[in-house]
Design a protein around this ligand. Structure first.
Ligand SMILES: Nc1ncnc2c1ncn2[C@@H]1O[C@H](COP(=O)(O)OP(=O)(O)OP(=O)(O)O)[C@@H](O)[C@H]1O
Ligand SMILES: [Mg+2]
Length: 368
């Protein structure tokens, strides 16, 4: 078990800055998800932890040891790749055993040694049982399903009992159903092993459902780190607001209006009340970007703003109502049982002032 800490870590490939001044402490035993779009530097950050990529600037620690110059094999981490990377010609048992064969392990007496074949077999049996592979140990990878292969890759990572597991999009080759199932299994595995997991994905659903904390990256830079719900409820900037949530948060430009006691924002002749500006009040007339999540816009006869319905998308358990609000397209999420709406309807809308987010149009930072 170990903390993994980036301190001002930068990675450059020639002119490309893949990871830019990353400072992030991953706690001992934590399930941390690095989340962001393609090319934002997730894999590069993980490969630096694994020792597969050098650190250009900054300090990387695992436990209390600076590992910038420690070789991959001496780092006590295990990496699971998207492609599984199993050995095709040997059995599942041999695949799982493979990390144990050449390495020396400290088995408790302070002097590392190779494991005996009985000790190796015991670890293979234990890892196979943990991942439901006991009946498959004699098969070769070609005779396994994608999900089973992924579990073999996880078992192989487990046998060395590493201080941290590093996973790079390990579920992306699985179909939707199996992905959902494997997400649950990974969370259970994490609870059982109580080991640090660093998990890379561009899939916000994976991040939201599995992480203790999410670190959102864009262009190599850390945008926000926090528990999934906190990041969802209070995105620090427009990038995070738009990246997390499906359909994404509605964002439209508006202007601050101040009157006694209350602050509201005006958009196209209508206005909507907001909370949380008391600490540093914004001047009347300040231009802002208003953000409201689709589920936080509610149809209400006393609604503050009006939007015209353009399209209704039925998803079975819910529907998405696409509307025009003062020339901007917005989406409202409704339960299947809510009053029906039709194209052309004008809906009076309201939002809880505590759920209206304001962002600076220039810096894109949160204002309330
Ligand atoms: N070996 C390399 N040489 C040059 N540039 C690289 C190298 N590896 C990565 N990059 C660049 O660094 C940036 C970050 O890449 P990285 O693979 O870390 O992104 P990612 O977030 O994992 O993306 P994806 O979701 O597509 O896997 C990209 O611009 C990429 O092109
Ligand atoms: Mg990647």
């Amino acid at each position: 078990m170990s903390e993994v800490a980036f301190d001002g870590v930068t990675k450059r490939f020639g002119d490309v800055t893949a990871v830019d001044q990353l400072t992030l402490s991953i706690r001992d035993g934590e399930f941390m998800v690095l989340l962001g779009p393609s090319g934002c530097g997730k894999t590069t950050a993980l490969r630096m932890v694994a020792g597969l990529e050098t650190v250009t600037e900054g300090t990387l620690r695992i436990g209390d040891r600076v590992v910038n110059d420690v070789e991959a094999k001496d780092r006590d981490v295990a990496m699971v790749f998207q492609s599984y990377a199993l050995y095709p010609h040997v059995t599942v048992a041999k695949n799982i055993e493979s990390p144990l064969v050449a390495r020396r392990f400290d088995t408790g007496d302070g002097s590392p040694r190779k494991l005996t074949s009985a000790e190796r077999a015991e670890r293979v049996t234990e890892a196979a049982a943990a991942l439901g592979l006991t009946d498959l140990l004699g098969r070769k990878p070609a005779a396994l399903s994608g999900g089973q292969r992924q579990r073999v890759a996880l078992a192989r990572a487990m046998v060395a009992r590493p201080a941290a597991f590093l996973m790079d999009e390990p579920l992306s080759n699985l179909d939707a159903k199996l992905r959902a199932q494997t997400r649950i299994e990974l969370v259970e595995l994490h609870e059982r092993l109580a080991t640090t997991f660093v998990y890379v994905t561009h899939d916000q659903v994976e991040a939201m459902t599995m992480a203790d904390r999410i670190a959102v990256l864009s262009d190599g830079r850390l945008q926000q780190v926090g528990p999934p719900q906190a990041v969802y409820d209070r995105p620090h900037n427009l990038f995070v607001a738009r990246f997390i949530g499906s359909p994404p948060m509605n964002t439209v430009p508006g202007t601050v209006v101040r009157s006694e006691g209350a602050t509201s924002v005006r958009l196209g002749g209508q206005s909507i009340e907001v909370e949380g500006l008391a600490a540093e009040p914004l001047a009347d007339g300040t231009e802002v970007i208003i953000g409201v999540r689709p589920e936080d816009l509610v149809v209400d006869a006393a609604g503050q703003v009006e939007a015209e319905v353009r399209a209704v998308e039925w998803l079975g358990h819910e529907r998405l109502v696409v509307c025009d609000l003062a020339g901007h397209q917005i989406t409202i999420r409704q339960a299947a049982g809510d009053d029906p709406v039709a194209t052309g309807d004008v809906l009076p809308l309201t939002a809880d002032p505590a759920k209206v987010h304001l962002f600076d149009p220039d810096t894109t930072e949160r204002l309330n």
